[in-house]
Write a protein that binds this ligand. Structure first.
Ligand code: TRP
Length: 460
């Protein structure tokens, strides 16, 4: 459908060169030694890139508030590909983060013509049920619907002033005949990502958004827009140190002491700079040089590593003065597990992936037919060994079913040495997947009918 393409301008197909993606999109690489308790997806390099993950990690280390936001498209069945984001969410939750889940019912309506009531049913009975079965903690999770949270829509609308059609054309490939619901959907997603920072949803704190790499355009858009709302800019100075400057806009000109004719009210300005100077001093910088008339304050002793703390304090000040005071979202990106048939996983092609409620037989059939990294004859395989980088059953063990790192290394060694055959790999994968699916289906039955615990008060 054209709709899907418009929202996600490029697919994972042909984009498997992850280091190129990191470069092209200006991401940072994840080094799992930066994480306090790296999970399986981190240790295996499956979560490979991030933006500002260090900010989130600092919250974990300091036990300061951290939020996670994830969104789901209530369409079709949930499969293994969808479970990866939930594994990431769960990890942050285990490290103390609160979790918000957006049901993208407006987006599903806009891009796939799914009615709000069908979207709601699919979201709860298919997705949230499986999230619960995967172990999301209801006491620290809150699920809402885009269509019934006015704050999200209002924020999306407000922030729409900070972008324009040309930008949407460039990011999403929209053209003159793109329908307007499609154009609105990304702004609602911006609202999703940013709104947990509103006072009524937990207040100012970093929000991390774990996603597949296909969602990065939305994160770039959100970060660009958020940066444009800031009342204070922070820039590095050539001579060393950081410069804080006022970003004068329609909504803050008066508060920043710009009078009708453009004259600057010195008292108002001086007061603002007293407050900034105080903040800077409280962070331990004895020295600062302010120029209220030009609207700048230089902190010679500050370095780039002080930036996020200074930013945080200035956002508090911005809120105090009447601004939105929004942080840029942090994000993490996982690689895509390959489809069973070698290409990409797709909900509309059930043979390409395993669904959460596949029967054992249907799963076993898919694994049997999966692309293998084995050689064409047993003799050749014994002599040359199998290729784990091409073997889908191996990769499913690595991505989903085998948590034990030493077991994975052992399997890899056995396969690459030729001692283990392709059929044996498939057999192992089938066994593990069978146990995994059985466990999930038992847990689903425990949760069915009890999902209200996950739903936010405004979700009725
Ligand atoms: N656009 C996402 C998808 O296609 C769904 C979504 C909506 C989302 N809001 C979000 C994802 C916020 C992450 C964060 O699946």
């Amino acid at each position: 459908m054209d709709g899907d393409r418009a929202i996600d301008p490029w697919s994972s197909e042909g984009e498997t060169d992850y280091s190129r993606i990191v470069q092209k999109f200006g991401l940072q690489k994840v080094d799992h030694s930066m994480l306090p308790n790296p999970g399986m997806l981190h240790r295996r390099g499956i979560v490979f890139a991030h933006r500002d993950l260090d900010v989130a990690v600092r919250c974990i280390r300091d036990s300061s508030p951290l939020g996670v936001l994830t969104g789901l498209m209530p369409s079709g069945g949930m499969h293994l590909g969808h479970s990866m984001v939930i594994e990431q969410v769960k990890w942050f939750q285990e490290q103390g983060a609160d979790v918000t889940v957006a049901v993208a019912d407006l987006e599903a309506l806009a891009t796939r013509g799914i009615s709000l009531s069908d979207g709601r049913k699919t979201a709860i009975e298919e997705y949230i049920l499986n999230y619960a079965a995967l172990g999301l903690d209801p006491d620290k999770s809150s699920v809402y619907f885009q269509s019934s949270r006015p704050e999200v829509q209002r924020l999306g609308f407000k922030l729409g002033r900070r972008t324009n059609l040309s930008e949407f054309e460039a990011i999403y490939g929209f053209t003159g005949d793109t329908n307007l619901a499609h154009v609105q959907a990304p702004m609602v997603q911006v609202g999703d990502i940013v709104h947990p920072q509103l006072e009524e949803f937990g207040g100012l704190r970093p929000i991390v958004v774990p996603v597949g790499i296909d969602q990065d355009p939305h994160l770039r858009l959100t970060r660009d827009i958020v940066a444009k709302t800031h009342w204070f800019n922070i820039n590095s100075r050539k001579a060393g140190g950081l410069t804080i400057s006022l970003s004068i806009q329609n909504d803050n000109a008066e508060i920043f002491g710009v009078e009708k004719g453009g004259k600057i009210n010195r008292e108002v300005r001086a007061d603002i700079f007293r407050r900034i100077t105080q903040i800077i001093a409280s962070l331990g910088f004895a020295d600062s040089i302010s120029n209220p008339k030009h609207g700048t304050l230089v902190v010679p002793g500050a370095t780039n590593s002080d930036r996020s703390l200074i930013r945080f304090k200035l956002l508090e000040l911005e809120r105090d003065m009447g601004g939105l005071g929004l942080m840029s979202p942090c994000s993490t990106y996982h690689r895509f597990a390959p489809g069973m048939t070698g290409g990409k996983m797709s909900s509309s092609k059930p043979e390409t992936t395993i669904f959460m409620n596949d029967t054992y037989d249907s799963m076993a059939k898919k694994v049997r037919r999966a692309v293998s990294g084995g050689k064409s004859t047993v003799e050749e395989h014994r002599r040359l060994g199998g290729d784990c980088s091409k073997d889908v059953p191996f990769q499913y063990l690595e991505f989903f079913f085998e948590e034990d790192d030493s077991a994975i290394s052992e399997i890899k060694r056995e396969y690459e040495s030729g001692r283990m055959l392709a059929g044996e790999m498939k057999q192992l994968c089938t066994e593990r997947a069978g146990e995994w699916l059985m466990d999930i289906s038992e847990k689903r039955e425990l949760w069915r009918g009890n999902l209200d615990e996950f739903l936010a008060p405004d979700s009725n």
